[in-house]
Design a protein around this ligand. Structure first.
Ligand code: HEC
Ligand code: HEC
Length: 420
């Protein structure tokens, strides 16, 4: 939901209080006489959300849309000034992130020596305050025999992300085991990740400690983070240069700057947790039942899409948002990493993911996207499916089976996927 007006202030907590106090409608979009919030109603709160949860949702949404400025702690280096600029109304774009990596001449294998990129793999082109040197792809200076690979990451939508967080880890492990016995080359695996933040004082969603290993990665294009609060902290820090109690330090940068226009930690824990709650409370957009015909579902099965894009997964019984607990979450993903072949390689290893491994994209709200796949290289769903068939891709057989379907079945399948 876009903020009703451009709320700017140095005092973020005060804004949030004002937003809560200004009484965003605490009743459902389906309640009679209540205006649907947001022009096209994309990021709406969970249908079952209570009045209190809706209030949190709208306060979190306001923080998600709030543009930061230098006095609010933006920078010293940053990519965009607010979450919305890359996840507009919870969906994808318009902002993107550029990544850079040194790779061997095959364009796939990360080069052993990445020392020419001492400040990491993310391009951070914009600056505040004392910063005068942005982080951009170097023009030269890497070892002979290696190449600099610059790639784009499109922001995934954040719709329905509470459902993804709620999925029982044992479900994802079950799928990993089942796929390990397949003979058709589909072999997804869990990205086991380490919790890389300070502990969250709000212990209701998890009690992870700094450095805790072995978590099931779920979020990010390579499933590199386990929870939504940690992702929010990572995004504030990495995309906006905004520090929080979970990620209290500014990232390394060429000038060695350790602070910005706001001394110390830039957002408080309540703001961070509100943003995480907003994402937990976003509903999966209503799907068009007319597209889910028997033929369309049969074609989806026949082409083997559902092996990776698993239609639904069970959530854990003790997930703190009660109506997301113990349900079948219709996420169309196994949350596993799959090798999508050399044409998908970006030279980066997020956590345990390899250069050409990607998380099965959840098929949620696809009709609101204008491009598909991690870098937006596909302009239509049909093109996205065809590109699953590249050399070395685990989904090659599925893409071939799709191509072999009768025209009518292909059209039904695409209409179905676009309705999800
Ligand atoms: C400059 C663009 C940009 C900004 C600003 C940005 N994001 Fe993102 N977001 C991305 C990209 C790109 C990814 C994929 C990152 C990856 O694969 O590691 C992503 C991924 C995510 C995900 C994971 C979704 C999933 O399906 O796994 C969440 C959650 C998220 N962002 C939340 C936020 C929040 C909260 C903010 C603001 C604090 C924010 N983002 C700001 C670009 C952005
Ligand atoms: C081996 C597992 C696997 C199979 C089988 C598979 N996919 Fe995918 N799919 C993926 C992965 C992994 C991604 C993410 C790739 C990326 O981000 O570049 C993806 C991405 C997509 C996307 C893009 C979504 C977005 O948000 O950009 C669509 C659409 C899609 N798949 C549809 C299908 C359909 C339809 C089928 C059956 C014909 C299918 N897939 C079969 C693993 C699979």
């Amino acid at each position: 939901v876009k903020a009703a007006d451009d709320r700017r202030s140095r005092l973020l907590p005060a804004i949030l209080l004002a937003v809560v106090a200004s009484g965003f409608p605490a009743c459902g979009n389906d309640a009679p006489g209540v205006r649907v919030v947001g022009e096209d109603g994309l990021d709406l709160p969970l249908r079952a959300a209570s009045a209190e949860e809706r209030t949190e949702f709208f306060a979190g949404d306001a923080a998600f849309g709030l543009p930061f400025r230098a006095p609010d702690g933006l920078g010293p280096l940053y990519i965009r000034t607010n979450c919305e600029s890359c996840h507009e109304e919870g969906v994808r774009g318009p902002g993107t992130v550029q990544k850079m990596a040194l790779v061997s001449p095959d364009g796939v294998t990360p080069a052993p020596d990445q020392s020419a990129l001492p400040y990491g793999h993310t391009v951070r082109p914009l600056m505040t305050g004392a910063a005068t040197t942005p982080l951009t792809p170097p023009a030269s200076g890497w070892p002979a025999g290696t190449e600099l690979k610059v790639t784009i990451r499109m922001p995934p939508s954040v719709l329905g992300r509470g459902y993804l967080e709620a999925i029982d880890a044992t479900e994802i492990e079950r799928l990993e085991h089942e796929q390990a016995t397949r003979t058709d080359g589909i072999r997804g695996r869990i990205n086991r990740v380490t919790y890389q933040s300070e502990a969250n004082p709000d212990r209701s969603f998890h009690q992870y400690q700094p450095g805790q290993p072995g978590l099931v990665g779920r979020f990010g294009l390579k499933a590199r983070i386990a929870t939504l609060d940690e992702f929010a902290a990572d995004a504030f820090q990495g995309d906006m240069g905004v520090t929080s109690p979970l990620r209290p330090t500014e990232l390394a940068n060429p000038q060695g700057l350790v602070d910005d226009g706001k001394q110390g930690i830039d957002v408080d824990i309540d703001t961070l947790n509100l943003v995480a709650r907003y994402m937990r409370y976003i509903e999966i957009p209503t799907r068009n039942p007319a597209a889910a015909t028997t033929q369309a579902r049969a074609a989806f099965d026949q082409a083997g899409c559902g092996t990776c894009h698993v239609p639904s997964l069970r959530t854990r019984d003790d997930y703190p948002i009660s109506y997301l607990a113990g349900i079948d979450a219709p996420v169309y993903s196994d949350l596993l990493l799959h090798d999508m072949g050399s044409e998908f390689a970006d030279g980066l290893e997020d956590g345990g993911a390899l250069s050409s491994e990607w998380r099965t994209a959840p098929l949620i709200g696809l009709r609101f996207q204008r491009n598909y796949l991690h870098d937006g290289r596909a302009k239509t769903v049909a093109e996205a499916i065809a590109l699953h068939g590249g050399p070395g891709s685990q989904a090659a057989d599925s893409a071939a089976r799709f191509a072999a379907l009768p025209d009518a079945d292909r059209a039904d399948l695409i209409a179905f996927v676009e309705s999800l």
